[in-house]
Every structure is written in C-alpha cells, then in structure tokens.
Ligand binder design. Structure first.
Ligand code: ADP
Ligand code: MG
Length: 387
C-alpha cells in the first residue's frame, strides 16, 4: 500500500500532540504535498520520516523497509530545508558534494567535522573522479550543468534553490523531502519555482513529499495533497478533488474561497441529489444526503456562480425571492476588480454571497447597487455536514 507508508504515526512533545494517528501511503514517483496551517504538524511528520525525530508510536516504511532505528543518513532520503543552508562563500561544487559526503561521514568514514573542513577547503573535492561525476550528474538534473566553480553568492535566488535541490539529489535518494522550500523567496520567483521544482521532480522521477502552508503552492505542484489540521489528516485527495469535494467546511475554507451557507435538507430531488432550503429559498444539489440530521452547510465556490443583470421587472423584487431553482436575486454591494478576476459581493436573502468572474472587458462590469440574478448549476452545489 505504497512506496512510503506512514502507519498510525503519532508524535508527542510532553503535553503537545504534534502528530496524531497519521496514516497514508505514497506511491513511487508521486509528488505528495502535506498542506495545512502553521503548527498543524507538517514539519514534525517530515522529521519523523527523515529520522530527525523518533515517533512516539506508529511507524514509517520506505521502499518496503521499516526504518525505525535507522539514522537519517541510513534512510535513503534527501532533504531540502526552508533556508536551504548553503555555504555562500564556497562554490557550487563544494555545496553539492557536501550532500554526498554527509552521508559517507555518517557511514563512519573519517571524523565528520574534519572531513567537512577538508571538503570546504578543497582538499577532498575535485581530485576524486567519482565525487566529480556524481556532482555533475546532480547539477545536470537541476539544469546547472557546468556551474561547479560558481560561488553561491554569485547566483540568483532561483539558481541557489536549484543548488539546494542538487545537494539533496546527489546521493540519489529514493525519497525527496522538502519543507517549505519556497517560503523565503519573493512572490514572483516563488511562483516560477513551483514549475521548476515540479519539472525536476518529474525528470528525476523521485518520490517527493513537499510541505507547505500555501494552498496554491500545493495545488499547482502536487499529484495528491494531504490536508492536515491539529496533527491529523483531514483529507487526502487530488488537487481538483480537494477543491471540488472538500471533506469538511473547514477544508473548503482552507482551500480556496468559499460560500458556506446554512441549509436544511428538504428531500430528494427527482431521484438524483437533494433539495435544500437556504434562507427560505429552494436549491437543488447533485449530492445525495443520507444523514439523519437535516442541518447542513451548502458550499458554493465563487466562480461557480453566474452573475447576470436582473431584468427590469425583477428590480422590484431585489433582495427577495427566487426565480427558477438555483437562482437568487440580489444587489451588488462591493465590486473587487483584481485584473484577471472580478469579485462581486452580493446581498441576497440567503446572506452575503461572493461571486467571481474572469474579466470580460469593461462593458461587462456590474456596479455597486446593480440588481443581479445569481445562478449555480446543481453539480456545483455541495452539501457538507456541519462541524
Ligand atoms: P508545522 O510544520 O505544521 O507548522 P510543527 O510540526 O512544526 O507544525 O509543529 C506542530 C506542533 O508541535 C506545534 O504545536 C509545535 O509547537 C509543536 N512542536 C514542534 N516541535 C516541537 C519540539 N521540538 N518541542 C515541543 N513542541 C514542538
Ligand atoms: Mg513547519
């Protein structure tokens, strides 16, 4: 059940339960993201995999092998840290070779401090053909072939990030671990690096766990995402599935923006899906509802809402009443022009509703005070159990 397996992993620090009963199986070659707010246990989970922490209970398997008791160096993982800990005054070769030697040093060759000193002073370095080849291959993997002699301080932020990756890849680990590796970069570079890292991961084909608190980052990079909260996994899903079918109202809110309205199940809808009352108005959802409790949260994503001008005779009804099922009349309260996207906050009988459209030119814009009709297809009306 996976190339990397976490089974009921729990880690306590005194009274703090940092990770609680986490179980997940990650496929070989998969790019897997751990996503969640600060303090939810992402780093601790990662450190248990890497061997920097011992789990309180539960266990970790890498490539079919239980790794309890193995040191970080014996676990066949490569790690990229948040502040990727390069030596700025040394060249690329030494920074990458360091990743290789760390492992050998842990394996018992030489005294660690002395050997790192020798490496950095160039006494080990280039003479060893084997080391040279391995460093060259890792640099090729990150598109920095031939950069061996460059100093770190002379590289761009993006290049430094790739050196950090090469350092993690140089010993050819079977799992790559990255803990918020982009969080120290400015926004533009951070967004570019998403695809750079994804490309490198695909090319190398390495099983990867990527920790982030940034849902866009996780969504744009990962094959699957484990959403975490308070040390537990809330949901494991593909990005589009996590967005479209979040397991809980909290998950819906954490991943993207959402309208979460209070609803009351009113019965089945023509054999498929459900009828639900929202603020006294009838809606249809394609979701079925089996729970005894009729109270629910109705999730409607902003971009699923179609906003159109109310016909003139509809103006008198603004602020009340439905037209057809899944239509709401309302009045525009705020218009947020974000460039590619236009947001409308609309006052409706069901409460404030946020709608988003892609910008279709100036003449398409609604204005504050406009009477509008909101429509949503039943396939995009989600019914969630309240928390
Ligand atoms: P995240 O990476 O998602 O921000 P962490 O795994 O760093 O979360 O932390 C999870 C919880 O465990 C937090 O409450 C944090 O304060 C606590 N924690 C993490 N490491 C330690 C530690 N070494 N000692 C005590 N508490 C810790
Ligand atoms: Mg962390």
């Amino acid at each position: 059940d996976g190339f990397l397996v976490l089974r009921d992993l729990t880690k306590k620090f005194n009274d703090t339960v940092a990770v609680q009963g986490v179980s997940v199986g990650i496929e070989q070659g998969e790019f897997f993201a751990l996503l969640g707010p600060s303090g939810c246990g992402k780093t601790t989970t990662m450190r248990c995999i890497a061997g920097f922490e011992q789990p309180t209970s539960g266990h970790v398997e890498i490539a079919g092998r239980a790794v309890a008791g193995l040191s970080p160096a014996q676990r066949d993982t490569g790690m990229v840290f948040q502040n990727y800990a390069l030596f700025p005054h040394y060249d690329v070769f030494r920074n990458v070779a360091y990743g290789l030697l760390m492992d050998r040093l842990h394996g018992g060759v030489g005294r660690r401090a002395g050997a790192i000193g020798s490496l950095l002073n160039g006494r080990i370095a280039h003479r060893q053909a084997e080391v040279r080849d391995e460093v060259a291959r890792a640099l090729e993997q990150v598109d920095l072939a031939g950069y061996e002699r460059r100093k770190i301080s002379q590289l761009s932020g993006g290049q430094q990030q790739r050196v950090a990756l090469a350092r993690a890849l140089v010993k050819q680990p079977s799992v790559l671990l990255m803990d918020e590796p982009l969080s120290n970069l400015d926004r533009k570079l951070r967004n570019q690096m998403r695809y750079t890292i994804r490309d490198i991961q695909q090319r190398v084909g390495i099983t990867t766990i990527f920790v982030t608190h940034d849902q866009e980052e996780a969504m744009s990079m990962a094959d699957r995402i484990a959403l975490m909260r308070d040390g537990k996994i809330v949901q494991v899903a593909k990005p589009s599935e996590l967005y479209e079918r979040p397991a809980t109202p909290w998950a819906a809110d954490f991943v993207g923006t959402s309208n979460l309205l209070d609803g009351q199940i009113a019965g089945r809808s023509d054999g498929v899906g459900s009828r639900v009352d929202v603020g006294g108005l009838g809606f249809r959802s394609e979701d079925s509802w089996d729970a005894a409790d009729k109270q629910c949260k109705v999730l409607i994503r902003p971009e699923a809402i179609n906003v159109s001008r109310a016909p003139d005779n509809g103006g008198s009804a603004a602020g009340g009443g439905t037209r057809e099922p899944n239509q709401l009349l309302g009045r525009v309260r705020h218009v947020g022009f974000l460039g590619a996207i236009v947001q409308y906050e609309v006052e409706t009988p069901a409460g404030l509703v946020l709608a988003e459209h892609s910008f279709g030119g100036p003449s398409s814009l609604m204005e504050v005070g406009d009477n509008v009709v909101l429509g949503v297809h039943p396939s995009r009306v989600r019914l969630l159990a309240p928390e």
